[in-house]
Ligand binder design. Structure first.
Ligand code: PNS
Length: 164
């Protein structure tokens, strides 16, 4: 394995904003490990298994993009993966405060940790998972915001939930 970076997140759901970050970061690093966080205390729309399935489908022909998951502290996962570099996307100024806090907390836990930030392309800066879920629930189209597989599975899940 060459020079690689870990891209952690909830990815609930995975969006075209995330995809844009990955497409660009593989021009900087040889590989990226997309690490899906399994937070048992947090209620998610897609289960961990579903999020992994979706990501594996999207990147099935992209050997430079590996899909994995982790539970517990990110720094412990990063250490086990044998690296010290984490990637985060930054959409807006309002992301900055949260990202800075997280990067500093992680650095306190693991001194060698480096968080690399990549600014999301302006075409995707407005995309958020809560907005996507709201649009789908109101029968709108999110095809500009998420890969096709995500839209299909979101519709199935959220519209079914509404019917029940
Ligand atoms: O996509 P998200 O929800 O903004 O991702 C946040 C995530 C999963 C990267 C962050 O919550 C995380 O690293 N969670 C693992 C637990 C942890 O290490 N917490 C301390 C970091 S401040």
């Amino acid at each position: 394995m060459g020079n690689y970076v870990i891209y952690p997140g909830s990815f609930d759901p995975f969006t075209k904003g995330h995809l844009n970050i990955i497409d660009r970061v593989v021009k900087v690093f040889d590989e990226v490990i997309v690490a899906v966080a399994h937070n048992v205390a947090k209620e998610t729309t897609f289960t961990l298994q579903e999020r992994l399935e979706i990501l594996k489908e999207i990147f099935r022909n992209r050997p430079e993009v590996k899909i994995d998951c982790f539970e517990g502290l990110l720094v412990d996962y990063v250490k086990k993966a044998g690296t010290n570099t984490v990637l985060r996307g930054m959409r807006t100024v309002s992301d900055f405060e949260y990202e800075l806090q997280m990067a500093l907390a992680n650095k306190t836990l693991f001194k060698e940790l480096e968080t690399v930030f990549m600014v999301t392309d302006s075409a995707y800066a407005h995309i958020s998972s809560s907005l996507i879920k709201q649009i789908i629930s109101l029968s709108g189209s999110v095809k500009e915001m998420v890969p096709e597989v995500v839209e299909t599975r979101l519709k199935k899940k959220l519209l079914k939930k509404r019917e029940s």
